[in-house]
Design a protein around this ligand. Sequence first.
Ligand code: ATP
Length: 609
Amino acid sequence: MTVAASDTMPLRALLARIWRDYLSRHKGSLILSVLCAAMTGLLTAALLKLLEPAINGLFLGGTEPISLFGVFSFPADKAVIWIPVAILAVAVARTLAALGQAALVNRLGHTIVGDIQIRLFGAMIRADLARLRSQHSGGFVSSVLFDANMVREAFTSGVVNYTQNLLTLIAVLIYMGFIDWQLTMVVLLGVPLVALVLRRFGRKTRKAAQGAMAETENLSTALMENLDGVRLIKIENREAAEQDRVAEVVARRQRHVIKGANARAFAGPSSDLVAYIVVAAVMAYAGWRAQSGEMTVGGFAAFIGMLLAAGQALRQVTNLATVMSEGFTAARRLFGALDIEAEIREAPDAAPLAPGPVEVVLDQVSFAYAPGGAPTLDAVSLRVAPGETVALVGPSGGGKSTILSLLPRFYDVTGGAVTINGADVRSLRIHDLRDHIALVTQEPFLFDDTIAANIAYGRPGATQAQIEEAARSAAAHDFITALPEGYDTRAGEAGLRLSGGQRQRIAIARAFVKDAPILLLDEATSALDTESEALVQAALERLMEGRATLMIAHRLSTVRNADRIYVIEAGRVVEEGSHDALVARGGLYSRLARQQSLDGAPSTVETVA
Ligand SMILES: Nc1ncnc2c1ncn2[C@@H]1O[C@H](COP(=O)(O)OP(=O)(O)OP(=O)(O)O)[C@@H](O)[C@H]1O
């Protein structure tokens, strides 16, 4: 399996990718919201800058004309009118910019979360079966629900607020420089201190975020596992034990979350401390300078006002740095999940597979689940012609289900080839290949949707008449029409509970609607009682007509009519032939048949598995 390098992706590459994959498509909104943020930042500073002419003009009674921002001036006796008007105008403009920013960022952020969630789900559903099987679905769920939101926080509101506060900080520093550059130099001495605070909390947050994400994944895994296994938990009286187990995960997650929240919460006050150290230094220096008359009262008041605003902006920037740091961690994790390439891929020059009957051949097929591991299948050869029914029997763990999963390329062979009408399945279009195969398993899966939709699943657009015809052929029509809402009754997880036989017949109806030339039956009747089995068996026999059928069955009664039976043991074909020929041969099959009293002789209790 290809391991993604995203875990160690450098920040610059990470930002470039976030820009390319998500933000660049919303360039317009993003630029507009950054502009709004910049406006808000600049206007915040401008409001404070107004303090200088306000105090000097209103309280110190000067006679010189008063200039606002060097662009607008008025006589000193009009200050009482123009200064409040100017404050109001700047405040209204600032509010509008802030509102625009919030609205744009919210829309942008949630659109991006949606994008990420859809891509993640797409990557998950297309991933190799091997990978999906090796990982609990809880991990995917927590990624889709939580990581995506952390990325949003960082890259939309984070980026925009960061810009706003950083610009406020810069604008305020520039204005301060205009008021008194020497004093501003004193302020800038605080910069290394700030950098230190940012770094320290950034590192802490990153660690806490990584831990919290891993534990969120464990929590969703534990929750899903408990729901899946609820019957076992109840029968074994393990509710309290499971609660304790979940409590442990919750406690572990809490520790990380608290560490992260603390880092975030402590970052603010720490930067406040830095700001007050600077204020103290400024006071000392400004006091000394004011005594020598080099600074006006208005200038000093504006300077201090700006310094406090700078402290506030700094606090925000420090806070946001931790949010960004969480976002980067989440983004690395997300890209890690998105970047794992599927190994089962379509060849660039894949050939189409024309509709119609097909012959399936396994030619000297070998297969191992783990690369380089012990082979599960070893030189298996078999063939199924159109209209033929071929059965796979043999002891548990022999490799029968593995053989079935090689046909639709759930896994690829490690040696030999699976061919359809002479073409290697790896050279065919995957869509066409799977379109040619219907699969009915022991425990059919039903979606939380109507029965009609469940039947039409493999053939979207099937008409109601086709659905009903399929249900009739599957001996399902009568029980479906007897349900309160007939074909519109919901089945599946949160829907109506159907019996095993009923579910099985819906799955068979699904296969009828699909009308594929290859039929794979994986112990399709073994979970049923004798009465349901008879109904399902009859339906299956109708389904098998004219198709190339490969079936696995433990009950040999269901395979006696097969055209050919392959006995699979320890990954090899050990016997091959018709039921009668194999019974006569006196090998493994005949022993299995004897156990199940199918050879006419009295039953024995021999174990073969
Ligand atoms: N996803 C998997 N990853 C690793 N090993 C697997 C996987 N699935 C099956 N195996 C192993 O491959 C071997 C063959 O399993 P398979 O399910 O094909 O046997 P089977 O003949 O169908 O068994 P049964 O009759 O019990 O269903 C077993 O040893 C099993 O442990």
